[in-house]
Design a binder for this molecule. Structure first.
Ligand SMILES: Nc1cc(-c2cccs2)n[nH]1
Length: 234
Protein backbone atom coordinates (compact mmCIF):
# COMPACT_ATOMS: atom_id res chain seq x y z
CA UNK A 1 0.00 0.00 0.00
CA UNK A 2 1.31 3.40 -1.02
CA UNK A 3 0.19 6.46 0.97
CA UNK A 4 0.78 10.01 -0.25
CA UNK A 5 0.08 13.19 1.73
CA UNK A 6 -0.33 16.58 0.04
CA UNK A 7 0.07 19.30 2.69
CA UNK A 8 1.78 22.62 3.44
CA UNK A 9 3.14 20.97 6.62
CA UNK A 10 4.78 17.70 5.45
CA UNK A 11 6.68 17.42 8.73
CA UNK A 12 3.37 16.50 10.38
CA UNK A 13 3.81 13.05 8.86
CA UNK A 14 7.30 12.36 10.22
CA UNK A 15 5.47 10.70 13.12
CA UNK A 16 4.39 7.87 10.83
CA UNK A 17 7.94 6.52 11.00
CA UNK A 18 7.41 5.65 14.67
CA UNK A 19 5.96 2.50 16.29
CA UNK A 20 3.63 0.12 14.47
CA UNK A 21 3.32 2.13 11.30
CA UNK A 22 7.09 2.58 11.33
CA UNK A 23 7.50 -1.19 11.40
CA UNK A 24 5.00 -1.54 8.54
CA UNK A 25 7.15 0.88 6.54
CA UNK A 26 10.35 -0.99 7.45
CA UNK A 27 8.70 -4.27 6.43
CA UNK A 28 7.69 -2.77 3.11
CA UNK A 29 3.97 -3.34 3.81
CA UNK A 30 3.33 0.39 3.58
CA UNK A 31 5.15 3.04 1.51
CA UNK A 32 4.68 6.60 2.82
CA UNK A 33 5.39 9.86 0.95
CA UNK A 34 4.61 13.34 2.31
CA UNK A 35 4.76 16.22 -0.18
CA UNK A 36 4.91 19.98 0.38
CA UNK A 37 2.14 21.49 -1.73
CA UNK A 38 4.32 24.58 -2.21
CA UNK A 39 6.52 22.41 -4.45
CA UNK A 40 3.90 23.13 -7.11
CA UNK A 41 3.87 26.91 -6.73
CA UNK A 42 5.89 29.19 -9.01
CA UNK A 43 5.77 32.65 -7.44
CA UNK A 44 8.34 34.19 -5.12
CA UNK A 45 6.05 33.81 -2.08
CA UNK A 46 5.08 30.22 -2.97
CA UNK A 47 1.41 31.20 -2.68
CA UNK A 48 -1.17 28.46 -2.10
CA UNK A 49 -4.22 30.55 -1.15
CA UNK A 50 -6.32 33.47 -2.33
CA UNK A 51 -9.41 35.43 -1.28
CA UNK A 52 -12.78 33.65 -1.61
CA UNK A 53 -14.88 34.43 -4.72
CA UNK A 54 -18.17 35.89 -3.53
CA UNK A 55 -16.50 37.45 -0.50
CA UNK A 56 -16.39 36.17 3.07
CA UNK A 57 -13.72 35.79 5.71
CA UNK A 58 -10.49 33.86 5.42
CA UNK A 59 -8.68 32.42 2.42
CA UNK A 60 -9.30 29.54 0.03
CA UNK A 61 -6.61 27.16 -1.31
CA UNK A 62 -5.91 27.84 -4.99
CA UNK A 63 -6.61 24.97 -7.43
CA UNK A 64 -3.41 25.23 -9.49
CA UNK A 65 -0.91 23.71 -7.03
CA UNK A 66 -3.27 20.77 -6.37
CA UNK A 67 -3.77 20.12 -10.09
CA UNK A 68 -0.04 20.14 -10.79
CA UNK A 69 0.59 17.89 -7.78
CA UNK A 70 -2.00 15.42 -9.11
CA UNK A 71 -0.30 15.54 -12.54
CA UNK A 72 3.07 14.64 -11.01
CA UNK A 73 1.83 12.05 -8.51
CA UNK A 74 -0.98 10.39 -10.43
CA UNK A 75 -0.82 11.49 -14.07
CA UNK A 76 -3.94 12.41 -16.03
CA UNK A 77 -5.35 8.93 -16.70
CA UNK A 78 -8.47 8.00 -14.70
CA UNK A 79 -7.90 5.14 -12.26
CA UNK A 80 -10.71 4.27 -9.82
CA UNK A 81 -8.32 2.07 -7.84
CA UNK A 82 -6.62 5.27 -6.62
CA UNK A 83 -8.41 6.64 -3.55
CA UNK A 84 -8.20 10.39 -2.88
CA UNK A 85 -9.17 11.18 0.70
CA UNK A 86 -10.05 14.76 1.57
CA UNK A 87 -10.53 15.35 5.30
CA UNK A 88 -13.16 18.06 5.78
CA UNK A 89 -15.67 19.05 8.47
CA UNK A 90 -18.34 18.83 5.77
CA UNK A 91 -17.49 15.24 4.84
CA UNK A 92 -19.36 12.03 5.57
CA UNK A 93 -18.41 10.63 9.00
CA UNK A 94 -15.27 8.45 8.87
CA UNK A 95 -16.26 5.10 10.36
CA UNK A 96 -14.63 1.74 11.00
CA UNK A 97 -16.24 0.44 7.79
CA UNK A 98 -14.45 3.17 5.82
CA UNK A 99 -11.15 2.16 7.44
CA UNK A 100 -11.85 -1.49 6.58
CA UNK A 101 -12.67 -0.71 2.94
CA UNK A 102 -9.69 1.63 2.50
CA UNK A 103 -7.36 -0.95 4.10
CA UNK A 104 -7.71 -2.93 0.85
CA UNK A 105 -6.58 -0.02 -1.36
CA UNK A 106 -3.25 -0.15 -3.15
CA UNK A 107 -2.97 3.63 -3.25
CA UNK A 108 -4.40 6.42 -1.10
CA UNK A 109 -3.65 10.14 -1.55
CA UNK A 110 -4.61 12.34 1.42
CA UNK A 111 -5.28 15.98 0.46
CA UNK A 112 -4.82 18.07 3.59
CA UNK A 113 -6.53 21.40 3.22
CA UNK A 114 -6.08 24.45 5.42
CA UNK A 115 -7.67 27.88 5.70
CA UNK A 116 -11.36 27.95 4.72
CA UNK A 117 -10.93 24.96 2.43
CA UNK A 118 -9.80 23.91 -1.04
CA UNK A 119 -11.28 25.41 -4.27
CA UNK A 120 -14.13 22.99 -4.99
CA UNK A 121 -13.00 22.46 -8.59
CA UNK A 122 -10.09 20.43 -7.21
CA UNK A 123 -12.62 17.95 -5.80
CA UNK A 124 -14.63 18.04 -9.02
CA UNK A 125 -11.50 17.35 -11.11
CA UNK A 126 -10.29 14.57 -8.80
CA UNK A 127 -13.75 12.97 -8.80
CA UNK A 128 -13.55 12.64 -12.61
CA UNK A 129 -10.29 10.73 -12.36
CA UNK A 130 -10.10 8.79 -9.09
CA UNK A 131 -12.25 7.51 -6.21
CA UNK A 132 -12.74 10.56 -4.00
CA UNK A 133 -13.76 10.37 -0.32
CA UNK A 134 -14.63 13.60 1.50
CA UNK A 135 -14.50 12.40 5.09
CA UNK A 136 -15.04 14.03 8.49
CA UNK A 137 -13.17 12.88 11.59
CA UNK A 138 -15.93 14.19 13.85
CA UNK A 139 -18.27 17.08 14.52
CA UNK A 140 -15.62 19.63 15.43
CA UNK A 141 -13.35 21.91 13.40
CA UNK A 142 -9.58 21.46 13.17
CA UNK A 143 -7.14 23.96 11.66
CA UNK A 144 -6.22 21.60 8.86
CA UNK A 145 -6.63 18.13 7.47
CA UNK A 146 -3.26 16.81 8.70
CA UNK A 147 -4.40 15.60 12.13
CA UNK A 148 -7.46 13.97 10.56
CA UNK A 149 -5.27 12.30 7.91
CA UNK A 150 -3.01 10.90 10.65
CA UNK A 151 -5.96 9.46 12.59
CA UNK A 152 -7.51 7.96 9.46
CA UNK A 153 -4.12 6.53 8.45
CA UNK A 154 -3.74 4.72 11.77
CA UNK A 155 -7.30 3.36 11.64
CA UNK A 156 -6.72 2.12 8.05
CA UNK A 157 -3.15 0.78 8.19
CA UNK A 158 -3.60 -1.20 11.42
CA UNK A 159 -6.15 -3.33 9.51
CA UNK A 160 -3.67 -4.21 6.75
CA UNK A 161 -2.56 -7.86 7.12
CA UNK A 162 0.89 -8.13 8.66
CA UNK A 163 0.84 -4.74 10.38
CA UNK A 164 -0.52 -5.79 13.77
CA UNK A 165 1.42 -8.48 15.67
CA UNK A 166 -1.79 -10.10 16.91
CA UNK A 167 -4.61 -9.73 14.34
CA UNK A 168 -6.96 -11.62 16.69
CA UNK A 169 -7.21 -8.51 18.87
CA UNK A 170 -8.96 -6.73 15.98
CA UNK A 171 -12.04 -8.93 16.30
CA UNK A 172 -12.74 -7.89 19.91
CA UNK A 173 -12.48 -4.14 19.44
CA UNK A 174 -15.21 -1.57 19.55
CA UNK A 175 -17.11 -1.26 16.27
CA UNK A 176 -15.62 -4.53 14.95
CA UNK A 177 -17.99 -6.89 13.19
CA UNK A 178 -17.33 -9.68 15.72
CA UNK A 179 -18.46 -7.30 18.43
CA UNK A 180 -21.72 -6.82 16.47
CA UNK A 181 -20.68 -3.15 16.13
CA UNK A 182 -21.01 -2.66 19.91
CA UNK A 183 -18.58 -0.85 22.21
CA UNK A 184 -15.81 -2.97 23.71
CA UNK A 185 -16.39 -4.39 27.21
CA UNK A 186 -14.22 -3.13 30.13
CA UNK A 187 -10.87 -4.93 30.43
CA UNK A 188 -8.79 -5.84 33.50
CA UNK A 189 -5.39 -7.33 34.31
CA UNK A 190 -3.42 -8.14 37.51
CA UNK A 191 -3.42 -7.43 40.43
CA UNK A 192 -6.81 -8.97 41.37
CA UNK A 193 -7.32 -6.17 43.89
CA UNK A 194 -6.06 -2.61 43.40
CA UNK A 195 -6.68 0.33 45.75
CA UNK A 196 -9.86 -1.31 47.00
CA UNK A 197 -11.14 -2.19 43.52
CA UNK A 198 -11.40 -5.86 42.56
CA UNK A 199 -11.41 -7.53 39.17
CA UNK A 200 -14.99 -8.82 38.54
CA UNK A 201 -15.14 -12.37 39.97
CA UNK A 202 -16.44 -13.91 36.77
CA UNK A 203 -13.18 -13.00 35.01
CA UNK A 204 -11.24 -14.97 37.64
CA UNK A 205 -13.57 -18.00 37.40
CA UNK A 206 -11.93 -19.63 34.39
CA UNK A 207 -15.44 -20.38 33.11
CA UNK A 208 -15.16 -19.28 29.46
CA UNK A 209 -18.90 -19.44 28.80
CA UNK A 210 -19.72 -17.23 31.76
CA UNK A 211 -16.93 -14.84 30.83
CA UNK A 212 -18.15 -14.54 27.24
CA UNK A 213 -21.72 -13.93 28.48
CA UNK A 214 -20.56 -11.27 30.95
CA UNK A 215 -18.56 -9.51 28.23
CA UNK A 216 -21.52 -9.52 25.82
CA UNK A 217 -23.75 -8.05 28.54
CA UNK A 218 -21.14 -5.39 29.40
CA UNK A 219 -20.80 -4.42 25.72
CA UNK A 220 -24.55 -4.09 25.28
CA UNK A 221 -25.01 -2.10 28.51
CA UNK A 222 -22.12 0.25 27.68
CA UNK A 223 -23.44 0.75 24.15
CA UNK A 224 -26.98 1.33 25.42
CA UNK A 225 -25.71 4.01 27.80
CA UNK A 226 -23.13 5.75 25.57
CA UNK A 227 -24.08 5.01 21.97
CA UNK A 228 -27.75 3.97 21.67
CA UNK A 229 -27.44 4.94 18.01
CA UNK A 230 -25.29 1.85 17.46
CA UNK A 231 -28.00 -0.51 18.73
CA UNK A 232 -29.86 -1.92 15.74
CA UNK A 233 -32.41 -4.10 17.54
CA UNK A 234 -33.91 -1.57 19.95
N1 LIG B 1 -13.60 16.50 11.05
C1 LIG B 1 -12.84 17.63 10.71
C2 LIG B 1 -12.03 17.82 9.59
C3 LIG B 1 -11.53 19.10 9.70
C4 LIG B 1 -10.66 19.80 8.78
C5 LIG B 1 -10.08 19.33 7.64
C6 LIG B 1 -9.34 20.32 6.98
C7 LIG B 1 -9.35 21.54 7.58
S1 LIG B 1 -10.32 21.45 9.00
N2 LIG B 1 -12.01 19.66 10.81
N3 LIG B 1 -12.82 18.73 11.43
Amino acid sequence: MRLDYLTIFPEFFDVLGISLLGKAVDNGIVDIHAHDLRTWTHDRHRTVDDTPCGGGAGMVMKPDPWGEAFDDLLGADPDPSVHVVIPTPSGTPFRQDDAAQLSHADRIVFCCGRYEGIDHRVIDYASEHWSVHELSLGDYVLNGGEVAALAMTEAIVRLVPGVLGNPESLSEESYSQDQEGLLEYPVYTRPASWRGWDVPEVLMSGHHGHIAQWRREQSRELTRRRRPDLLTDE
